[in-house]
Design a protein. Sequence first.
Length: 218
Amino acid sequence: MIKARADRFSMAHSSTQPAYSDEGELIARARAGDAAAFTQLVERYERRIYRLARHITQNDEDAEDVLQDSFLKAFQHLNDFQEQSRFYTWLVRIAVNESLMRLRKRKPGRFVSLDEEIDTGEETVAREIAVWDDNPEQRYSQQELRQILMQAVDSLSPIFRTVFILRDIDELSTEETARALNISVPAVKSRLLRARLELRDRLTRFFKRKADDVFAYM
């Protein structure tokens, strides 16, 4: 159910990444010093990079800084792009690193690295979750449901939030997400599972609490 809701949110925000046939040409032109070509790449991805940075940093000003610094670093290191993955995947890795740097500065000593080993076995996180008594889609508009979902996503820790955003909202493949975050494919799968279970747990408690509040006034 969480994945289905994320799919609908993704479609509503046009996050599915089209295959741009001119991307290789734009990169070649940008490498040759064509600023207009790089500007087209910026305009193509800036909204998604900002959204990703905003979800990780949970701060508008930091997200703006990440957006600017990510594209600046991408331009400065464009010759380092090997073209073994999509340009967006490479750009995501830069943006994630920039976002995590700001989290480290903001919360020294309390930060968990995205590549840190964690216990992500299914047995550890799988547990019985209450079934929602009524269908939230019958009680809330799509806009309200999107807001509720994204508030729940924002409440996840960075290591789970980032994987969920890249896989279920930006719709990167498991392999692309692994490359973007410099972690293994099994780590992506286990963290995505953990994120989905935590989201379902939190949303279950949210809708149950709302239902209880309603019954309290009846």
